[in-house]
Ligand binder design. Structure first.
Ligand SMILES: [Zn+2]
Ligand SMILES: [Zn+2]
Length: 201
């Protein structure tokens, strides 16, 4: 639970509440690592069709013995000395908001309209606590912006670490059907620059 008050979305959290949530996540990740878990998958689900099981804003941590496939998929390019996140950070047309050293930007290859990524400007595999706090505040801010543009849409968000750490936010504005699930091809009619422009406004 993110707050004892009834809050349906992360966007209702006060700044101090959001900071406290980020600090708890940081501490729980540390505890899992100290117990020998190789990876902690942090997820946020909002709305029933996005898999949320409670109407009260909450996040979930899955302690895993090894990094999950989605994280491993992001690593080969890094091993070749190229980082997709560092590359995208060069493109200012995708930037939505900044906080400290952390930035929120429109995903250049989003599976759904308004998909976005929140990442530190400096390449790092694991977040330092202050950067994780800034990222959490940017996530809250991004959800507010999304709600302003599209209303209370269901969404999923998660933390990826081990490469260039980042949060990903996927608004569930489209239905993933045969082409998406069967071919891994996602049809997204909203160009990322236009999504960034709308969310910045
Ligand atoms: Zn990087
Ligand atoms: Zn990722």
């Amino acid at each position: 639970m993110h707050t004892p008050r009834h809050a349906r979305s992360l966007d209702e959290l006060e700044e101090a509440e959001m900071k406290a949530v980020a600090s708890v996540l940081f501490a729980r990740r540390r505890a899992a690592q100290a117990e020998g878990f190789a990876y902690v998958q942090v997820v946020l689900n909002e709305g029933r069709i996005a898999g949320s099981t409670l109407p009260h804003s909450h996040s979930q941590l899955f302690w895993l013995r090894e990094p999950p496939p989605a994280v491993l998929e992001e690593l080969p390019r890094l091993e070749q000395g190229r980082c997709g996140v560092c590359e995208v950070l060069q493109d200012e047309s995708l930037e939505i908001a900044l906080r400290g050293d952390v930035t929120a930007f429109s995903s250049p290859a989003g599976r759904a309209p308004y998909e976005l990524v929140i990442a530190p400007r400096q390449h790092a595999a694991e977040p330092a606590e202050p950067d994780l706090v800034d990222a959490a505040l940017l996530l809250r801010d991004a959800i507010r912006r999304l709600h302003d543009v599209e209303g209370p849409v269901p969404l999923n968000a998660w933390l990826h670490t081990g490469g260039h750490w980042h949060l990903e936010l996927v608004p569930r504005l489209t239905v993933f059907a045969g082409l998406e699930l069967g071919a891994g091809i996602y049809v997204n009619s909203l160009p990322p620059e236009e999504a960034a422009r709308r969310l910045r406004a």
